[in-house]
Design a protein around this ligand. Structure first.
Ligand code: SF4
Length: 348
């Protein structure tokens, strides 16, 4: 699609919106099938060295008690996932680049890979790191990396982050991850203060240009107390725009994995089902121990804070089926796009 066509789709109103979602859903079934993949998410630490102006666990949130799971707790969560039929998990935390943290992740990855004989696909979502760190984690068993660009517009990025946070370095990290051979995921926030429809259209074109394998994007939801929250936001508009972005991303990128993120459900009780019906094919049950969940709130109104891993999974499986998807137990769900990208590059 051209930029103008994407803008026109983002501006659709009335009955035309449901038609867009229908096309997104049909494109999902045609290009990646009916299966919807589960990624158990482990929020292993809320300690963060950065200070993004929208985030609930930003460094300057002094009121928030901080935690870090031990290596044993991380391994235990991963083994539980493996034994419960998950094919894949996501290890996520605030961003840190100290050696203690790098080694913690490395040790956890090695043990998970060994004890599951490499059958549990691990996605990392641990922010900007050096090339050497990404290499160490890949060698220890990581397979995928999710690093959201948050917005592909450098000027807007500058309004959402303190001046020492670099858009260029974030972009460089995405290129590094791809070069190293990770399955690459990125994404944006939708409905941010200052953000225009044109910038969202450019985000779709950015995903295409970066040739990413996975997309994890969700509606912007403010965190009360974060500096950006003062500017407010429109919940209904953000939900609608987020669903339109899922449908358009599916129509434009076809065979990538697209997540129906938890933030959708924070704005609508059936937000994740709506995401699947618009074209998403991945959902992420929360596997974080309930005692830590309250402390990992990136935004307000995060759902499922008091359900254990078992309940979260059961609930999401029911949601997938009610949205017309099929569960794929034990299937790591590697993005088709990644396989094709690797194949294609062999011949170039
Ligand atoms: S968005 Fe990520 S890097 Fe930024 S403050 Fe929150 S956890 Fe840290």
């Amino acid at each position: 699609m051209t930029r103008a066509e994407i803008i026109a789709l983002l501006n659709l109103q009335g009955d035309k919106i449901a038609e867009l979602y229908k096309y997104g859903c049909e494109a999902r079934i045609k290009h990646v099938g009916k299966k919807v993949y589960l990624r158990g998410i482990v929020e292993l630490s809320n300690i963060c060295a950065k200070n993004c102006l929208y985030c609930g666990i930003r460094r300057d949130n002094a009121a928030l008690p901080r935690y870090e799971m031990s290596v044993e707790e991380i391994i235990q969560a991963a083994l539980w996932a493996h034994e419960s039929g998950y094919g894949s998990i996501v290890l996520q935390s605030g961003e840190r680049t100290d050696e203690k943290f790098i080694s913690l992740i490395e040790s956890a990855l090695s043990a998970i890979s060994k004890q599951t004989e490499g059958k549990l696909a691990v996605t990392l979502s641990l922010g900007e790191q050096t090339r050497a760190t990404y290499k160490r984690w890949l060698a220890a068993g990581a397979r995928r990396y999710l690093l959201r660009i948050e917005t592909s517009d450098p000027q807007l990025y500058g309004k959402l982050h303190p001046s020492d946070h670099s858009f260029d370095f974030r972009l460089e990290c995405l290129h590094t991850l791809k070069e190293l051979g990770y399955q690459l995921g990125t994404g944006v926030m939708i409905g941010l203060p200052y953000q225009t429809i044109e910038q969202l259209a450019d985000d779709i074109l950015f995903f295409k240009k970066m040739d990413v394998d996975m997309i994890g994007m969700g509606p912007y939801i403010a965190y009360d107390g974060a500096p950006l929250a003062e500017l407010g936001y429109d919940k209904e508009r953000n939900l609608e725009l987020a669903l339109k972005m899922i449908a358009i991303a599916r129509l434009e990128l076809l065979d990538v994995n697209i997540a129906a993120t938890t933030a959708l459900q924070a704005l609508h009780p059936e937000g994740r089902e709506l995401g699947i019906k618009a074209g998403a094919n991945v959902v992420m049950p929360n596997m974080t121990d309930v005692k830590y969940r309250q402390l990992y709130k990136l935004y307000d109104g995060k759902p499922c804070l008091d359900e254990n891993a078992e309940q979260c999974r059961g609930c999401l499986e029911r949601r997938i089926i009610s949205a017309g998807g099929e569960i794929a137990p034990g299937d790591p769900g590697d993005p088709l796009h990644f396989r094709r990208r690797i194949q294609r590059n062999k011949y170039l």
